[in-house]
Every structure is written in structure tokens, then in C-alpha cells.
Design a protein around this ligand. Sequence first.
Ligand code: ADP
Ligand code: MG
Length: 292
Amino acid sequence: ATPTAVTVGVGRGAREGVLFKNAGALEATASVDTVVFDKTGTLTEGKPAVTDVVQVPGASKDDLLRLAASADSPSQHPLAEAIVAGARARGLEIPKPDAFDSVPGQGVIATVIGQRVLIGNVKLMSREGVDVAAMIGAAQSLAGDGKTAVYVAADGQALGVIAVADTVRETARQGVRALHHAGVRTVMLTGDNARTAAAVARDLGIDTVIADVLPEDKAREIKKLQGTGRTVAMVGDGVNDAPALAQANVGIAIGTGTDVAVETADVILVRNDPAAVARAVVLARRVESKIR
Ligand code: ADP
Ligand code: MG
């Protein structure tokens, strides 16, 4: 593209809430054929709330939620914040844990009033030798509704499942439709489980789901897509997303995302609006076609 066309394009992008960091970012965006979205905080509002508490026979919902909230209280994870808020909303006292350790992409391990409490996914439970057989049916049915079900265990015994759900952004649905209209394939990349991810992807019309991905493996999944000949834009918001944003042909950060994501990205979306991704691609293509 001529330098003038690029400058005009960058300026128009800015007015539409799409900040291209430089001319190269705009050029790369024009050739994108696949857009990969992080799920939590990008396609969804990122403000999940507790929807269900299912306890094993003999356990109490309040005890389950209190233990979970206490264990998760030092965590900054959106799921943890939802569980703490859910416990507070029920008027529960949340004691500070005596020890706390987070396992990225799996959950947390904490000591709460002398008990070793685990909260997280099935990977964490099996790694710690907790039998969740009695809870799998409940967890899968919650996941089928697009909710994220996390297991809670104390001293090696499963106590139940807490389901957390996040509202899908209305603009995400429009954005996916607009990308498909422009001939761009859509992918959801998430650390969440396959069942939950598939339900959310179905709701949004997303083509492909890559689930159960550990934070450190997100970049490798992008590389795999590139290996099949795709030119990939990755849209994310979290610290965990930064390596994948860097690996993608175009890294796109949601403006309200973490500083690391915003610094790493090539393109920033000023508003929390996945639909702006489609506008960015269409604008970039228009600018690039002016050159030839
Ligand atoms: P995402 O890609 O959706 O941001 P993560 O990779 O952060 O997800 O986490 C993957 C899964 O690990 C979560 O769906 C949850 O089951 C579990 N997990 C991670 N952190 C926590 C936490 N603080 N409390 C409970 N569960 C957690
Ligand atoms: Mg995330």
C-alpha cells in the first residue's frame, strides 16, 4: 500500500476504535484468514457468576462454597473472583487460607482451617488422587449448558461441584458473523473443558474449538494452525495470552486487557468489542487493495 493509504487507514481505524500500532500491523491484518479468540474475557463479559452448587450427600452447600471461596480468595482468576463474590452474596464468612498455591490452567491448592482444599478441574483432581466419579455426571450436565464446573475437595475427598457462568458478549455473536461474511474462519482457544467450550462456541457460531489448553501451550496451538497454512490473528486479554499474541501473525488485544497483552499486541481494540476485529480486517484489506 502507498504510505498515504496506510496513514489514512490507520487514522480511520482509530476513529472506529481499532488502533493499529504501525503500518506492518495493518498490512498483516489484511491477509488474515483465521481469527482465534480466547474465551474468557474476550468472547464473554469476563464477569462470571456462580449459578449452581452441587454437593455430595451429607455435605452442606454453604460449607462447600465457604471452603472454596476461602481457598480461592488470594487468586486473581475470574472464576475465583466469582466464587468469592458468590459466597459473600450468601452472607458467608470467608476465612483467609493459611497456605495457598495456584496451579496455572488447573486450579488452586490451599490450607483452610487445617484442611487441604483443592478447587479446580478434573486434571487437578486426578493429579492429586481425588476420586470425582460421584460428581462427574453433575459436572458434565452443567458443562453441557456452557457453564464451567469446578470440583471442590477437602483432605482427599470430593465435596461437590460449583458451576460458574459468564454472559456471552452480544457483540461477539455479531463479530463472528461478520468474520464469516468476510470469509474468515473462527476458532475458540481456551483452558476451559471441551464440553463447556463447545456449548459456548455453538451459541456464538464459532467454527472450531481448541479446549483444555494449558496457558503455556496457547502459543503452540497458534503455531500449529500456521503450520497448516493459515494466517492467524489471535484476540486475547490476559497475561496468559501474551505468548500466543506474539506468535500470531497479528496479535489483537482487548483495550481493557492486562498491560502485558496490550504491550504485546499489534492491534488494540479500544472498546471491549470482538466485532471490531471484523471491521479491522475489512478496513485493512480495503487499504491494501488501494496499492495494487
Ligand atoms: P481460560 O483459558 O478460560 O482463561 P484457564 O487456563 O485460566 O482458563 O483455566 C482453565 C481451568 O482451570 C478453568 O476452567 C478451571 O477449571 C481451572 N482453574 C484455573 N484457575 C482456577 C481457580 N483459581 N479456581 C478454580 N479453578 C481454576
Ligand atoms: Mg483468559
